[in-house]
Design a protein around this ligand. Structure first.
Ligand SMILES: Nc1[nH]c(=O)nc2c1ncn2[C@H]1C[C@H](O)[C@@H](COP(=O)(O)OP(=O)(O)OP(=O)(O)O)O1
Length: 177
């Protein structure tokens, strides 16, 4: 198990032994936290969905460094600081790999956003999210996210990547384990 994974603090033993893919997901907020920059994903996993920015954590970096790097690669924004907001585990039917997604926000970033090969960014009001074009779990944890809470969630999807057959979601005081 990757030492940066938080699986052992959250998942049961039988889940801990599955392969995990460590991923980041970061949402830039405008200073009063009224708007969020989402990207329409142009290729790969989650194509044609709006989401935050993110991807695989590289072997030599911390999870926060991965979040900052992916934000720049996908939107051209450079985050000066990030806040840890959530950890999400996704289980897909007939897929042995668990996705462990570390969720961040940033209110301190520099540069102008630009469309990249992977993402077409667009600002949305935090209360006016395009949930019909996002991952199904997002509308579950987004209310916690915009209230400034931290959260841990687990979602079991069917192979269609749309239907959630089971979920666990809880607010937590801390994500430091
Ligand atoms: N159910 C889900 N809900 C959600 O909100 N985000 C999800 C999700 N499942 C995956 N993600 C996010 C996590 C991550 O930011 C992105 C998947 O990463 P990518 O597809 O960008 O990974 P790649 O393998 O393409 O990575 P890179 O090549 O490193 O960019 O989708």
């Amino acid at each position: 198990m990757d030492s940066r994974s938080v699986s052992k603090h959250i998942e049961e033993l039988e889940y801990q032994s599955k392969p995990h893919r460590l991923l980041t997901l970061i949402f830039p907020l405008n200073p009063p936290r009224a708007q969020v920059l989402l990207g329409l994903k142009k290729r790969g996993f989650g194509q044609n969905k709006y989401n935050g920015f993110g991807g695989k954590v590289e072997p030599q970096e911390s999870i926060s460094q991965g979040a900052i790097r992916e934000l720049t690669e996908e939107s051209c924004l450079r985050a000066r600081s990030v806040n840890k907001r959530g950890v999400l585990f996704f289980y897909f039917e007939n897929d042995p790999v668990t996705m462990e997604v570390h969720v961040f926000d940033t209110v301190e970033y520099e540069g102008e956003w630009e469309e990249t090969e992977e993402m077409a960014p667009k600002w949305f009001g935090v209360g006016d999210m395009p949930f019909d074009r996002m991952w199904k779990d997002d509308e579950r944890w987004w209310p916690m996210f915009i209230r400034g809470k931290k959260f841990i969630g687990r979602f079991w999807f069917l192979e269609d990547q749309v239907t959630i057959v089971r979920e666990e979601l809880a607010e937590v005081d801390s994500l430091e384990f």
